[in-house]
Design a protein around this ligand. Sequence first.
Ligand code: RIB
Length: 340
Amino acid sequence: MAGITDVASKAGVSVSTVSHVLNKTRYVAPKTKAKVEAAVEALGYVPSTLARALKTNRTHTLGMLVSNSTNPFFADIVRGVEEGCFEFGYHLILCNSDDNAERQRTYLRTLAMRRVDGLIVMTTHGDPSFDRSLGTQSDLPMVVLDADEMPNVCVLGDNSVLGGRLATEFLISRGFRKIAIISGPSEHPRARDRRNGTEQALQEAGLTLPAHWIMQGDLTASGGHRAMSEFLDACPESDWPDAVFAFNDLMAIGAIRSLQERGIDVPGGISVIGYDDIELASYMTPSLTTLRQPGFEFGFQSAKLLIDHLDKQQKLPSKFVRNPRLIVRESVGKKPAETS
Ligand code: RIB
């Protein structure tokens, strides 16, 4: 296989000139650049990333850890990270911790050993003390998604307190007063924030959230289906809510399936609102009312913030937050006015 010295001699330039053309590390006159590119093409030269890494102590590679690669919202984030890496000339090593804290630790060690230049982490939230120590666990620049603020890392995500408020205020504006939730894992920062936003909006409307209307999900469709089914089995129909706020779209989809299996119309019997606005949300029947958070932008910005820090020495911000947006579709109806 041709090496960099073969390219240099074929183009009639120095090895360092070839390196500058390939790594864009210095201006090279167009004619000279064209000669180098022609020689690379003719020889089929492929730069050795290992050789470059040893020389520059940089691999131009980001590591990414996702907690659940089957969630379409996370897939949107990964797509954004990949787009950012491609646009800025970086490679990506993607690992799935499958929501397992031990697997998360193992992968973080592996990514550090592979000498990635920076890390993007969606934590499993299964080991809060470890999550909080992430910034001290590694001297790598790091962006952590959906976590509480912590030192030495950039925490990126949406304003879920606002999201909880928007969802609940919308249901109240549609005349609903008996509102239940399907929460994510209690240790999940975004689930906690959405619940806080919900309770703020309920309290301001003079409403409450009874404990038995707080269903526990795991951010999956099966978890939403199970939570809704167990609730319907346990709660007398006279005490059913007239609207359910599921803390992500997958749980909302599972809950709607459970309601429909029992002949309960959505939204005619019980309205349902989700969170994330995954692509499927607009293609379901009924289409899902939800809170949109910009997954692709979160991913792209995670990559861009790290690469700007690595290549341009730009300071990594301590947080990057976007507000969610209400997307109204068919799964939330209107509560008929009380007949006097
Ligand atoms: O769907 C996955 C959920 O967990 C999203 O709402 C995201 O905020 C993550 O925290």
